[in-house]
Design a protein around this ligand. Structure first.
Ligand code: C5P
Length: 313
C-alpha cells in the first residue's frame, strides 16, 4: 500500500431555499425544516501529516477565521480521531472562497472537507453514513456539506433526506454584504421579534415548522420561475432587523429581473435566482454597478458535496 502524503478536498457553499424555524428548544437550538441547496462556490482544504494538529487559512475573509482549536475544521479532526483512535497529527490548509459569517455555511463546509480529507489521509475506511453521524456532532450544517445536492434538513438541520429533483441547474447571483452577521444573534433576534408579535407569549409562537410542498413541487417541475416564487426564509426578518441595508439589496435584485430573492440562511449574503446563465451574468453586472453590496458572484446548483480532488502519494 502506498502512503498518502497530502489530500485535497473541494467543498461547496449552501443556500437554504426554504428555512422554516420553530420555537427555541431547551438546548438553545431551534427545530428546523429547511431545503438545502449546494452551489458552485467552493472552499478547498488540504490535509498533510504533521508533528501537531494545526490550521492555516488563506483567501476570502481568512483573517476572521479562528486558527486555533475553535476552528471548525480542527474540531472535525478531533471528532474523527475520537472514532479512529491513534490517528496521527495533521496540518490543515484552508483556501477560502466562501465568505466568512455570510450565511453560506463556509465554516461547516471546511469541517466537512476536513472529515473527508482525514478519512482518506488516515485510510480510515469510514463510509458516508458514519461520516454523516460525526458531521452532525460538529455542527448543524456540516452533514449537508458532505451530502451536497438538494436535500431536506430536519432537527437542527442535520437529519437529511436527499430531494428527488430533476437534473435542472439553477443559476444564482450572490451579493456579498459589507459586514457579517452572527448566526446565534440572528436566531435570538427572531425569538425577540416573535415574542413581541405574540404579545410576550414567547414559545407559543410559531407553530411547528413544515416543509413547503409548493417549493418541493416547483423543484420537481424544474421550473426556475416557480422555484423563484417559492423561496422563503423565516430568519430573513431577523437578519433585516440587524442589517437594514439588505432591504435595498433585495429590492435592487428583484427590480433588475431576478425570479426570486432572499437572504441566505442567517445572512447577510443575499441570493437571487436568474432565468438562465446569461441572465445571471447580466444581473451580476447590474447589481455590482448598483452599489448595493460589497461584491457579487455567480454560482450554479445543485453540485455534489465534499469530494477528494487529489491525493498525493
Ligand atoms: O450548529 P451550529 O454551531 O452551526 O449553530 C450555531 C448557532 O446557531 C447555535 O449555537 C444556535 O444559536 C443557532 N442555531 C439554532 N438552531 C439551529 C441551528 C443553529 O438556534 N437549528
Amino acid at each position: 500500500m502506498k502512503i498518502v502524503t497530502a489530500v485535497t478536498v473541494r467543498v461547496p457553499a449552501k443556500l437554504n431555499l426554504q428555512l422554516a424555524v420553530g420555537p427555541r428548544r431547551a438546548d438553545g437550538y431551534h427545530d428546523l425544516v429547511t431545503v438545502f441547496h449546494a452551489v458552485s462556490l467552493f472552499d478547498e482544504i488540504t490535509a498533510k501529516p504533521a508533528s501537531r494538529d494545526g490550521v492555516a487559512v488563506s483567501g476570502e475573509g481568512a483573517d476572521r477565521v479562528p486558527a486555533d482549536r475553535d476552528n471548525l475544521a480542527l474540531r472535525a479532526v478531533a471528532a474523527l480521531r475520537a472514532v479512529l483512535p491513534g490517528a496521527p497529527k495533521v496540518h490543515i490548509t484552508i483556501t477560502k472562497r466562501i465568505p466568512v459569517a455570510a450565511g453560506l455555511a463556509g465554516g461547516s463546509a471546511d469541517a466537512a472537507a476536513a472529515l473527508v480529507a482525514c478519512n482518506e489521509l488516515w485510510d480510515g475506511g469510514l463510509g458516508q453514513p458514519q461520516l454523516l453521524e460525526i458531521a452532525a456532532r460538529v455542527g448543524s450544517d456540516v452533514a449537508f456539506a458532505l451530502l451536497g445536492g438538494t436535500a431536506v434538513g430536519r432537527g437542527r438541520g442535520e437529519r437529511l433526506t436527499p430531494a428527488l429533483a430533476p437534473a435542472t441547474q439553477y443559476h444564482w447571483v450572490l451579493a456579498f454584504a459589507d459586514g457579517q452577521l452572527s448566526t446565534p444573534e440572528v436566531y435570538a433576534a427572531l425569538d425577540r421579534l416573535r415574542a413581541a408579535r405574540a404579545d410576550g407569549a414567547a414559545g407559543l409562537f410559531p407553530a411547528v415548522p413544515t416543509l413547503d410542498t409548493g417549493l418541493m413541487s416547483a423543484l420537481r417541475s424544474g421550473d426556475a420561475r416557480l422555484v423563484g416564487r417559492a423561496l422563503s426564509n423565516d430568519l430573513q426578518p431577523a437578519a433585516l432587523s440587524l442589517f437594514p441595508a439588505l432591504r435595498k439589496t433585495l429590492a435592487a435584485g428583484l427590480e433588475l429581473g431576478a425570479l426570486g430573492a432572499l437572504v441566505s440562511g442567517s445572512g447577510p449574503t443575499c441570493v437571487f435566482l436568474a432565468a438562465s446563465a446569461d441572465r445571471a451574468l447580466d444581473l451580476a453586472a447590474s447589481l455590482s454597478g448598483a452599489g448595493v453590496c460589497r461584491s457579487v458572484a455567480r454560482a450554479s446548483g445543485p453540485v455534489p458535496g465534499a469530494a477528494v480532488v487529489s491525493a498525493a502519494r
